[in-house]
Design a binder for this molecule. Structure first.
Ligand SMILES: Nc1ncnc2c1ncn2[C@@H]1O[C@H](COP(=O)(O)OP(=O)(O)OP(=O)(O)O)[C@@H](O)[C@H]1O
Ligand SMILES: [Mg+2]
Ligand SMILES: [Zn+2]
Length: 511
């Protein structure tokens, strides 16, 4: 007898509906799954057979044919186990059909009939709601994540037997609901704060500007100067995520399987700091069963590469595209997926091989050639994407000892928020949101200078030997500094400060 069970699969961030058609007949015992299955679906056969048997059902020698339709799309993952098992049990009349309507089944089975968690429930759930699915039967571990989508019944289940009992009206399972007050309690409870950092006013100022304009930033300093400490706090001063942004971020983490437990939706901007041994694929995404990489996990947040020069050159090379485009294309055999990756790039490094070039308290032992070679390891195109560079020097003892209250992240964030709002309003017709996204053409339009400012810039170019590339970056950063002070025009002092964030060009890169 034929039964048709609905399930859903993922293509990138989007879910699409799949019919699992199961026909069980007499005849020579055989078990076939068709419709472009990958190896994990073939493996499903063994899991489904064992799970059915161990749930107490008899699967005598039958001929079973499973077709996943539409056949033209590639299907991956193990979330078809449950719908296939349900289809078979339906076909051998162990389940009443009337309860299957407008219901979608998702879940991986263990050999003993337990239902394991799957990746990507949130995007699946959003799509199900869109197309009018009434009920979603999913692993109970995923039900919290799914239940942030309103207007669809989420039934979390633990075992195959439980699903059968539920469909036959022999067991009641209440739909999962997310209690928003519980969610809110977890929101924005970050343990890190800028007030932990003593002194370092200049570095904090540069970081505030970077956050306000969405500028990428490079921190250069000797060991122990506090680079890592500062970088880790950047996401605490970025503007709060909107609900739409939070959903988009959560979707990515849902697919990657990196959602924190007990948290159905990500409400804080991500901070990702992959280790320097990371592979290019883990950084940008891809793989046999494609997954978003660190750049996408950092979407709407911060990607921090600590000790930049420790990263493999090839690894840094693959970053260029995502940094430029804000999306990653993962090409597959017969499909191409896109993941968004709009992140703020933050990197840290030592100023020389020994680490103490320019340090006040310790002598650098490197030759000038060694320093040039070391700094030259960062490729020009990567350097090109960084608007702000700052040197961090060791904080003085008096500052460390000083117990006066520092500004909290919340206070800095309020200023950042104000500056961001100005940018969003100014660029509402330009399809960009922040100063960092200004193209050369838009720089001309929005970063006009008066004569006095032009003079300062001209002098700086001669004195510092700046390049044409530096020109645009100085103007963008000056625009942000002006926005932080709510100034309509870019003034002399804004340009002068922005120039400081390029002064390392001459010292290290001479471009
Ligand atoms: N300004 C500061 N205020 C308070 N503590 C600080 C400050 N700077 C450094 N520290 C302390 O020193 C430790 C080392 O700082 P951090 O690891 O950030 O340095 P780093 O520049 O990243 O060094 P490395 O190059 O060795 O990675 C911090 O964990 C913190 O405890
Ligand atoms: Mg460090
Ligand atoms: Zn040195």
């Amino acid at each position: 007898m034929l039964s048709i069970i609905k399930t859903m699969s993922l293509q990138g961030l989007d879910g699409y509906l799949i019919d699992v058609q199961v026909d069980v007949t007499g005849g020579i015992p055989n078990w076939d799954i068709v419709g472009l299955p990958d190896t994990s679906i073939r493996e499903a056969k063994e899991r489904v057979r064992a799970a059915i048997k161990n749930s107490g059902f008899e699967l005598q020698s039958r001929k079973i044919l499973v077709n996943l339709a539409p056949a033209s799309t590639k299907k991956e993952g193990s979330l078809f186990d449950l719908p296939i098992a349900i289809g078979i049990l339906c076909s051998i009349e162990k389940i009443k059909k009337e309860n299957l309507e407008k219901t979608v089944f998702i879940g991986e089975l263990s050999l003993d009939g337990r239902i394991n968690s799957v990746r990507g429930i949130l995007p699946i759930c959003i799509e199900c709601k869109k197309i009018g699915v009434k009920r979603l039967i999913i692993p109970s571990v995923n039900s919290l994540e799914a239940s942030i989508v309103n207007g669809i019944e989420i039934i979390g289940v633990n075992t195959l037997k439980q699903v059968v009992n539920f469909l036959n009206n022999e067991e009641k399972i209440l739909p999962s609901k997310t209690d928003w007050t519980d969610v809110i309690k977890n929101i924005n409870k970050l343990s890190l704060d800028f007030s932990d950092v003593r002194g370092q006013e200049e570095a904090k100022r540069a970081i505030e500007i970077a956050a306000a304009g969405g500028h990428n930033i490079l921190l250069i300093g000797s060991p122990g100067s506090g680079k890592t400490m500062l970088a880790k706090r950047i996401s605490t001063i970025l503007p709060d995520l909107s609900f739409e942004e939070a959903l988009e971020v959560t979707k990515i983490h849902s697919i990657a399987g990196t959602l924190p437990k007990n948290l159905p939706i990500i409400t804080n901007r991500p901070f990702r700091a992959p280790h320097h041994t990371i592979s290019p694929i883990s950084l940008v995404g891809g793989g046999r069963i494609p997954k978003p990489g660190e750049v996408s996990l950092a979407h709407y947040g911060v990607l921090f590469l600590d000790e930049l020069l420790e990263f493999n050159r090839n690894t840094l090379e693959v970053l260029r595209g995502p940094l430029e485009d804000g999306i990653v294309n993962v090409s597959r055999a017969n499909a191409s997926l896109t993941y968004p990756c709009n992140f703020m790039f933050v990197a840290s490094m030592n100023p020389c091989p020994c680490g103490y070039y320019g340090a006040k308290d310790k002598e650098c032992t490197c030759t000038p050639q060694a320093i040039t070679k070391y700094m030259g390891k960062i490729s020009g195109p990567l350097l090109d994407r960084i608007d702000i560079q700052i040197e961090i020097s060791q904080v003085k003892y008096e500052k460390l000892d000083n117990m006066q209250k520092n500004e909290t992240s919340q206070i800095i964030k309020e200023r950042v928020n104000k500056a961001r709002k100005i940018q969003i309003k100014r660029y509402k017709n330009e399809k960009i949101y922040s100063n960092s996204e200004l193209t050369p053409k838009l720089i001309e339009k929005y970063c006009k200078l008066n004569n006095a400012s032009k003079e300062i810039l001209k002098n700086a170019f001669e004195r510092l030997g700046l390049s044409a590339r530096a020109y645009g970056r100085i103007l963008k950063v000056a625009r942000t500094i002006a926005d932080l002070q709510d100034c309509i025009n870019i003034e002399k002092r804004h340009i002068a400060e922005a120039i400081q964030y390029r002064s390392l060009d001459k010292k290290y890169w001479k471009n």
